[in-house]
Design a protein around this ligand. Structure first.
Ligand SMILES: Nc1nc2c(c(=O)[nH]1)N[C@H]1C(S)=C(S)[C@@H](COP(=O)(O)O)O[C@H]1N2
Ligand SMILES: [Mo]
Length: 274
């Protein structure tokens, strides 16, 4: 039997939030991945997640909300028009890409549950299925599972905080976090949590995986910041898929999205509150 072709998404509009930069080739975006539940080497997720079952899928959204909900993927896809959002992606490891996500603002999902005034943060949780993810253990990956992430409420409601359901012109490949993941382009890539099953609106800053693992290196905010070197220099990055002489570039504060997001951090010391 022939392999099923990836489902194409049509009727997509172009977001004005896209960057005008050369998009990273498909083979790199979908072949060079971090998804530790499926192994820690860059080529592992594409191989090991190939048979991961993403249907049926539900996301439960609860906590400090008036209308807690469990939505299936079809319901989520109907919440807002699907846009192409071409975004920079900067991993804390020092490489970067430009990824054409398909999705819509995370705020469209959060508004559904009517957050209360006590909702100050949003906590996200990835799927954890030991049967389908034998490598998702502290022993194999060096981090604990389920993978957890979080945003401050105002960050989560920012129009650049994207709920991605596709990449290029198709539904998300499993290795990219099918069927839905975050893309928070002004922060290091590990904030962009994959394969989300639970979202909780909470009063206090939630625990997050990489912060739990090594707090001195990985802060809750983890905004891209060439001025804060820990755990190694973050001043430059390697843009994957570019000719060798053009690969090296200077890393920019907030990954180049300062004009849109700097006001979220007015009055904060971004070296101390990293
Ligand atoms: N659940 C989960 N989400 C995750 C990760 C992970 O290991 N598990 N890796 C993060 C890291 S470090 C990066 S750089 C991005 C990579 O996304 P991509 O493979 O689609 O480029 O996913 C992030 N989201
Ligand atoms: Mo990353």
């Amino acid at each position: 039997m022939a392999a099923l072709a990836a489902a194409k998404l049509t009727g997509v509009s172009k977001s004005s939030l896209s960057v005008d930069e050369k998009v990273t080739p498909y083979e790199i975006v979908t072949g060079y991945n971090n998804y530790y539940e499926f192994g820690t080497a860059k080529l592992d997720p594409a191989k090991n997640a190939a048979k991961f079952q993403t249907s049926p899928w539900t996301v439960t959204i609860d906590g400090e909300v008036t209308k807690p909900k469990t939505l299936d993927l079809d319901a989520i896809l109907k919440l807002a028009p699907i846009e192409q959002r071409i975004s920079r992606h900067r991993c804390v490891e020092g490489w970067s890409m430009v990824i054409p996500w398909l999705g819509f603002p995370l705020s469209a999902l959060l508004k559904q549950v009517e957050p209360t005034s006590r909702a100050k943060y949003v906590a996200f949780e990835s799927v954890l299925d030991p049967n389908q993810m034998p490598l998702a253990t502290l022993y194999h990956a060096g981090i604990s599972f389920p993978y957890l992430e979080g945003l401050r409420m105002d960050e989560a409601l920012h129009p650049l905080a994207t709920l991605a359901i596709g990449v290029y012109d198709e539904v998300l490949p499993n290795q990219n976090g099918a069927p839905l993941r975050l893309a928070v382009p002004w922060k290091y890539g590990f904030k962009s949590i994959k394969s989300i099953v639970r979202i909780r609106l909470v009063e206090k800053q939630p625990a997050t995986t990489w912060n739990n693992t090594w707090a001195k290196a990985y802060g809750f905010y983890s905004n891209v910041n060439p001025g804060r070197d820990y755990p190694h220099s973050q001043k430059t990055e390697l843009r994957l898929g570019e000719p060798i002489l053009r690969q090296h570039r200077d890393t920019v504060l907030f990954n180049g999205y300062g004009e849109q997001v700097a006001s979220l951090y007015a009055g904060m010391n971004l070296i101390k509150e990293y």
